[in-house]
Write a protein that binds this ligand. Sequence first.
Ligand SMILES: [Zn+2]
Length: 89
Amino acid sequence: MVRFILFSAFFLILYYVIKGFLKSLKSRKVLKTGSKQAGKQPPIIDVLVQDPVCGVYCPKKDALTLNWRGKTYYFCSDKCRNEFRDQKK
Ligand SMILES: [Zn+2]
């Protein structure tokens, strides 16, 4: 009986150690990406994309997209997208 309690206690500790380890791995990943973004762009919650025409940064979810030669480009407005399209003709 004592053995069983020791065993379950051991597994409980092992469980918490693994859980903590995974947590630290996750937080390290978040820190890495966070510092990367902070170095390049101002810290804004949404992902920012740069308009190649006017150079303005806008949220990815609000940006207009255009696929050109397998690459996706993001634009602040329809006007910029048309201008880009005309340039690539
Ligand atoms: Zn623009």
